[in-house]
Design a protein around this ligand. Structure first.
Ligand code: ATP
Ligand code: MG
Length: 227
């Protein structure tokens, strides 16, 4: 089922000194239950594309549809909060909150009662493979792979069906990177999420259901990775 569509989307960074055409006329359909890898050189527009999908920036031209509806017509704040979640290379956990608090926090923002949020948080923390003894630790008491798992649990707890990951394995060693990617793939397939992973790691890209390549702002789908 299609969940996100970009139609002729372009994005231009414009300031006093220069204009940069970061995304050029992109057309893509994202379906639930699938994992997409986006590869491409540094500066090709991958992160810009993700922030467009996340509603963090609005297209200069073109439109983005969520469940068939233009995100311009939606309450953007709610779209960002409830419909998409972003995971970063540097994890971006709240350093002064425990694992459990990190995952509970976005649900409290949505107005859930603490007890209810705690139950859901525990379910997601378990589902990413962390155990009871991690719950009360602060992020600096976890390994990189464990931190990324917490970030994934926090993203899942928002209930978003679209998970956007910008180099999620960039700060992890190979073995932990593989585990995190496997987790993302399982989640997409089991929980019917659309997961989009920006990566420069071809090993990661190979595991995705579809591979898209950004080249100088343009997006194309690759049939195989050896092109
Ligand atoms: N705030 C900004 N103002 C002006 N230009 C920008 C801004 N952010 C990014 N750019 C430019 O837009 C283009 C795309 O950048 P983007 O960050 O999307 O690339 P990327 O593919 O994610 O690169 P990387 O692999 O290094 O993360 C680059 O030329 C970059 O210099
Ligand atoms: Mg980037």
């Amino acid at each position: 089922m299609r969940i996100l569509e970009m139609i002729n989307v372009s994005y231009v960074y414009r300031n006093k000194y220069q204009t940069v055409e970061a995304v050029k006329n992109v057309n893509v359909t994202i379906e639930q239950g699938k994992v997409y890898a986006i590869i491409g050189k540094s500066g090709s527009g991958k992160s810009t594309l993700l922030s467009l999908m996340a509603g963090l920036t609005l297209p200069t031209e073109g439109d983005i549809l969520y469940n068939g509806e233009s995100i311009k017509e939606l309450d953007l704040e709610l779209y960002r909060r409830d419909k998409t979640s972003v995971i970063y290379q540097s994890f971006n956990l709240f350093p002064l909150m425990t694992v459990l608090e990190n995952v509970i926090y976005p649900m409290e923002l949505k107005g859930l009662k603490f007890k209810q949020a705690k139950t859901i948080a525990e379910k997601h923390i378990k589902s990413v493979g962390l155990i009871d003894q991690h719950y009360m630790r602060f992020p600096n008491m976890l390994s990189g792979g464990e931190r990324q798992r917490v970030a994934i649990a926090r993203a899942l707890a928002t209930g978003s069906k679209v998970l956007l990951a910008d180099e999620p394995t960039g700060n992890l060693d190979e073995a932990n990177g593989e585990l995190v990617v496997k987790l993302l793939i399982d989640l997409a397939h089991q929980d019917n999420l659309a997961i989009i992973i920006v990566t420069h790691d071809l090993g990661v890209a190979k595991q995705a259901d579809l591979v898209l390549q950004m080249k100088d702002g343009k997006l194309t789908q690759l049939e195989n990775l050896n092109e």
